[in-house]
Design a binder for this molecule. Structure first.
Ligand code: SF4
Ligand code: SF4
Length: 94
């Protein structure tokens, strides 16, 4: 039986994000004090990236709303707002 990769699983997924109402935000001033940047390797959808200048940026366009980044950010930089009705990730297979 074929084992699906994260990339395969993301290909089975749809999103309907309301970009006027972000469900995730970062506080860049807080992130500037972070020494581990664990969000950049814990997010299963690679939504976080550390730029060459050291800043961490978030692009939640493929976020699967697992909550990992919110849980592991020990500095409280990540803020979570539940998406409004009909918006957010749409799982098509399980
Ligand atoms: S979001 Fe949290 S874990 Fe990620 S860089 Fe900012 S402070 Fe660090
Ligand atoms: S909720 Fe999950 S998928 Fe979305 S950005 Fe955070 S870790 Fe990534």
């Amino acid at each position: 039986m074929k084992r699906h990769t994260i990339e395969d699983k993301l290909a089975f997924t749809n999103w309907n994000f309301d970009h006027t109402y972000p469900h995730l935000t970062l506080n860049e001033k807080v992130c500037a004090y972070c020494t581990h940047h664990s969000c950049t390797y814990c997010c299963p959808a690679n939504c976080y990236e550390q730029l060459e200048d050291g800043r961490v940026v978030l692009n939640y366009d493929q976020c699967v709303e697992c909550g990992t980044c919110f849980s592991i950010c020990d500095l409280g930089s990540v803020k979570w707002n539940n998406p409004k009705g009909t918006f957010g990730v749409i799982f098509r297979q399980g």
